[in-house]
Ligand binder design. Structure first.
Ligand code: ATP
Length: 304
């Protein structure tokens, strides 16, 4: 009788699961070529930074991947062509700008909206659902603020409430658009700690950033866009490398972007904006809560 090996050793050369595979993606917005033939693959558990100057196409790339803007070329999500992809709960998206309508909602309400797709219509949330939402709020360091309106929270706390909502779907990929914008250094560090724990639980992430900042050590790879062209896809660059790369390496053959001749420094940005406040007038750290999310995410999976 032939015995099969009960636990075959994984082949290290086997291809890793692709979470996002984009090929020749092109997006035209009005007269602007916002993305020009971008191709790359993001794998399960990988943390990828998406960098570039203002207007280089970062948000457009996220939006194209999430089917929020029309594009040419192909996008596969978890191995499924985007046109046939239905499992949107596998992706948690935190857009660049907060929905103003959410400002008057409480933390619990905001996070609960992330569970709507999992609830039967016209039913009150079960005890398990309520516990899940409370767990998420605790995991992002907002325990005790469940009943606070978003408008009453600091920028960093609001960001974490929005991330908790994105996590409530039980995603395997988190897409964050400029999560560090407007946060002071302490809040940035708190967010970095949260993302580090998510990554150690196996979460893939695609994070739009202007600078790596405290997320530098977390990122496995960097993509750099310049006027819609992907000019770097490889190891994260040292701080300042993006600007240098954009200035020195127009790797694409041509650029029909109307702003092409503008200096990247022309665009004022919102690094120093601080939305909201906290009670101490400065940022705060998410308390370290070990064992974040692997178990929680598994639990979410059961309820899909
Ligand atoms: N709705 C739109 N109509 C026309 N052009 C647009 C539209 N939205 C964006 N664009 C243009 O597409 C290009 C890419 O914009 P995008 O917002 O993706 O850049 P970004 O890298 O995310 O910039 P930022 O860092 O400032 O957020 C820019 O030139 C922008 O002006």
């Amino acid at each position: 009788m032939q015995l099969s090996n009960p636990s075959p050793t994984p082949d290290p050369t086997a291809p890793r699961d692709s979470v996002i595979a984009v090929r020749d993606v092109e997006v035209t917005l009005g007269a602007t070529t916002a993305l020009a033939g971008v191709s790359t693959t993001i794998h399960a558990g990988e943390a990828v930074a998406l960098l570039g100057a203002n207007g280089s196409g970062k948000s457009t790339m996220l939006r194209a991947l999430l089917k929020l803007v029309a594009h040419k070329g192909s996008v596969d999500l978890f191995g499924v062509p985007q046109s046939r992809f239905r499992a949107w709960h596998r992706i948690g998206y935190v857009p660049q700008y907060a929905d103003p309508a959410l400002q008057r909602a409480t933390v619990r309400e905001v996070v609960s909206t992330g569970r709507l797709a999992h609830r039967r219509p016209f039913t009150l949330p079960s005890r398990a659902e309520r516990r899940l939402v409370n767990d998420l709020i605790e995991q992002v360091g907002l325990a005790g603020r469940e009943g606070w309106e978003l408008a009453e929270l600091s920028g960093g706390q609001q960001q974490r409430a929005r991330i908790a909502r994105a996590l409530a779907t039980g995603p395997e990929l988190l897409a964050l658009d400029e999560p560090l914008a407007g946060l002071d250094m302490a809040s940035q560090e708190g967010l970095a700690a949260l993302l580090r724990r998510l990554k150690s639980g196996g979460m893939a992430m695609l994070v739009v950033l202007h600078e790596m900042g405290p997320l530098g050590g977390l990122m496995d790879r960097a993509l750099v866009l310049d006027h819609g062209h992907l000019v770097h896809d490889g190891p994260p660059l040292a701080e300042g490398g993006v600007t240098a790369l954009s200035a020195a390496l127009p790797l694409h053959d041509h650029c029909d972007h109307p702003d092409h001749h503008h200096s990247h420094g022309d665009h004022a940005h919102h690094e120093n904006e601080h939305h909201g406040h906290n009670e101490h007038g400065h940022g705060e750290h998410a308390p370290d809560s070990p064992g974040l999310l692997p178990g929680l995410i598994d639990g979410l999976g059961d309820r899909r």
